[in-house]
Design a protein around this ligand. Sequence first.
Ligand SMILES: C[S@@+](CC[C@H](N)C(=O)[O-])C[C@H]1O[C@@H](n2cnc3c(N)ncnc32)[C@H](O)[C@@H]1O
Length: 265
Amino acid sequence: MATSCPLNFDVGYLRDQVRATYEQVARDPVGPYHFHRGPEYACDFLGYDRDELACVPTLSSERFAGVGNPLAIGPVTPGMTVLDHACGAGTDLLIAAGRVGPSGRAIGVDMTPAMVECALAAAKQADLEDIVEVHQGFYEDLPLADASVDLVISNGVLNLSPDKHRVLGEVFRVLKPGGRLYLADVVIQRELTPEARSNPDLWAACVAGALVESELQTLATATGFIDTRVVQRFNCFYDTTAETKVAKDLFIQSVNFFARKAGVS
Ligand SMILES: C[S@@+](CC[C@H](N)C(=O)[O-])C[C@H]1O[C@@H](n2cnc3c(N)ncnc32)[C@H](O)[C@@H]1O
């Protein structure tokens, strides 16, 4: 089970590996990586709307590294407060900002300084800086008040945390009653060996930290979410080194997943 890290795991080293990977993506988005990136991938593999994506500055969209399409899971309406809890360079964040409009808020959090810089600069380029705020921080310890957010979006990031209970607990804490989670993440269909689970390189590759699909459902329910369900599937690693070298026999794919906090917003 990857909901918490293996006992022998060096969590500090893991976090450094993950941060170094995404610092590198921020500096050089076209370099060689084990995962797809960018706007063409978002449209062709994940079904992003070309016109909507064209409104996002390339500073952000070239660094897109999501694995699904959380904003396709349900409505995002004017006036909402939306949190993207590991927003990277901000592609989903800026699309959400466009949908919530001037009466809403789009809040991003990410631990990698270079990603935060890109997201902030892109928000300015898109003339969305009055709607968007971006904080450097950890999704295990969100810098937001309890019950302050209508919707949390999440794209390709739960797998990276060694403490997934805590990440989902924080999402639950900041959501208002009736608030929603639109989450996309990598899932696998059978358990990895303990050796693979303990390998920080495989973890930073978005593979070793992925939940078995049934665990995602179990974890969300145990956190307190209701109406949990997988709503769409993607072949996010098609023809990547993650698929050909690491994960071919794991039936690794990604899912769009819906969950809700009980109550009326
Ligand atoms: C696969 S990228 C996805 C980024 C973005 N959601 C997207 O779709 O482009 C993973 C992001 O998660 C961030 N991240 C990883 N661990 C984090 C943590 N503990 N707290 C906050 N951000 C984290 C990384 O800095 C990186 O920007």
